[in-house]
Design a protein around this ligand. Structure first.
Ligand SMILES: C[S@@+](CC[C@H](N)C(=O)[O-])C[C@H]1O[C@@H](n2cnc3c(N)ncnc32)[C@H](O)[C@@H]1O
Length: 450
């Protein structure tokens, strides 16, 4: 191996890409400098097994080092194609030579470039060994560009509050990217949902994680269903964020039922026990939906607990439009705004806090379109700070905003949480509880004319 291993502790600032830009001209600097530490060969196999790589897969290794993951994907797992993206020219050369030596040069490609600017939408599997911050910088793009059902595997690092679907432990913990533990913008704020628990002695850095990209299923779904007692309409309301799903249902018709929908998703496949509330008998009247989502249609079968019969259910999602300028009172009571637009069908948003002396229009790059609902996170007040020193509150507005909302009767309804960074001297302050969020649609933008 020509390239020696190195560790760089860098001092960087956070920069947000401009609104709507998928391929900005600069890497998100919150990811810092990402060192070259190759994944051990046995762990390469574990990672690719965890992703269940097979003959139909196109595998991308973002930050591909000497090409070992890319080569193993086609040589050992028979992937259709594998692509490595690597910023270091020497490592790219070495990877190409390694591919020739392995006899797989026709099925692999090594792109010499910046992974944060490279289009990886052709991937069915993405492999990452980068760092917490890099994973967080990438996750919204993963949602936006990969098809539901695509898999993402990561060596050592998590995705914040995007809960993994599977985990595998390595046999031996070392070597690991130790320095990346400190390149985490959440490390000093114990209350943010993304808090890095890698300092917890129970987390020994040996974990490999798998995420399956979920279909956007949030919203109100309605469809007729025919049972022995006649025709009814089933309405299913699903809420979705990075942590999972919750929901409720209502059955109207000869039989009336309402209750909780306990949904689980794997790509496009939705399974959902429907548990009626009293006075119904939960066990007798429970239904079980097994469905598949395709855009705004949901086709499935409903098994009724009371009988052995199964009925077909085809539902459509109510159309919603989040676009507009939404305003609500910020932390200091002064209005703040979120401007939501669609760019090539994708949701893009800009946040403005007019109370700040340095009021800026901040692109919300970590935003997720779940169909009938959206979710976003936004770090405020990190500009010019060192990741390695952690983040301290300079103004009352500095902190992490996490919001999600659904359209209901042409208004946005959801929850918003604000997690302030700690003060310089005191331990982290308690998080303000999630509060109901009902921003108003306004005509005039604080962003216009600024
Ligand atoms: C921890 S190593 C992982 C290498 C390889 N994926 C493996 O598992 O063996 C991270 C790699 O990402 C590369 N890298 C860092 N920043 C990058 C960027 N912005 N674009 C592309 N590659 C990058 C580094 O040069 C390094 O080779």
């Amino acid at each position: 191996m020509k390239k020696s291993l190195f560790i760089i502790l860098s001092v960087v600032t956070l920069a947000f890409p401009a609104i709507g830009q998928e391929n900005s001209n600069t890497s998100p600097q919150s990811s810092g400098n990402i060192a070259y530490i190759p994944t051990r060969q046995d762990v390469v196999k574990d990672l690719l097994s965890l992703a269940e790589v097979g003959t139909n897969d196109v595998v991308y290794d973002l930050g591909s080092g000497d090409g070992r993951v890319v080569i193993a994907a086609v040589r050992d797992f028979h992937a259709k194609r594998a692509v490595g993206v690597e910023i270091d020219a020497e490592l790219v050369e070495e990877s190409r030579a390694n591919a020739v030596a392995a006899g797989v040069q026709d099925r692999v490609e090594f792109i010499h470039g910046d992974l944060f600017k490279t289009d990886f939408s052709a991937a069915s599997v993405v492999v990452l060994y980068l760092g917490h911050a890099a994973n967080l910088d990438l996750r919204a793009r993963i949602f936006r560009t990969l098809k539901p059902g695509s898999r993402v595997v990561s060596n050592q690092f998590g995705m914040g509050e995007w809960k993994r679907d599977k985990r595998l432990d390595m046999r031996k913990p070392f070597p690991v990217m130790l320095e990346a533990r400190w390149q985490n913008v959440f490390r000093t704020n114990f209350y943010v949902p993304d808090f890095d628990d890698s300092l917890n002695p129970n987390n020994d850095q040996r974990e490999l994680s798998l995420w399956v990209v979920p279909a956007p299923v949030a919203g109100v779904w309605r469809g007729k269903m025919r049972t022995e007692s006649g025709e009814g309409e089933l309405k299913l309301i699903l809420h979705q964020d990075l942590s999972g799903l919750s929901g409720s249902f209502e059955l109207q018709g000869p039989t009336k039922l309402a209750g909780e929908a306990r949904a689980f998703l794997w790509g496009n496949d939705l399974i959902c026990p429907l548990l009626p509330a009293p006075p119904a008998d939960m066990f007798r009247d429970m239904m079980y939906l097994d469905g598949c989502v395709s855009g705004n249609s949901l086709r499935g079968s409903l098994k009724l607990n009371s009988g052995k019969k199964q009925v077909e259910w085809l539902a459509q999602r109510d159309k919603v439009d989040f676009t507009g300028i939404w305003e609500w009172p910020g932390v200091s009571g002064v209005p703040v705004q979120l401007k939501i637009e669609r760019n090539d069908g994708k949701l893009v948003a800009m946040y403005t806090d007019v109370s700040r002396d340095d009021a800026q229009h901040i692109p919300v790059s970590d935003i997720y379109d779940f169909g009938g609902e959206f979710y976003f996170t936004l770090l405020l007040g990190l500009e010019g700070e060192s990741l390695n020193q952690g983040h301290r509150r300079q103004s009352p507005q500095d902190g992490w905003i996490v919001g999600k909302a659904m359209m209901d009767d042409n208004t946005l309804k959801g929850t918003l949480g604000f997690y302030p960074y700690p003060e310089k001297t005191e331990p982290p302050s308690k998080p303000s509880p999630l509060r109901n969020w009902h921003p108003l649609r306004v005509e005039n933008s604080a962003m216009l004319g600024k």
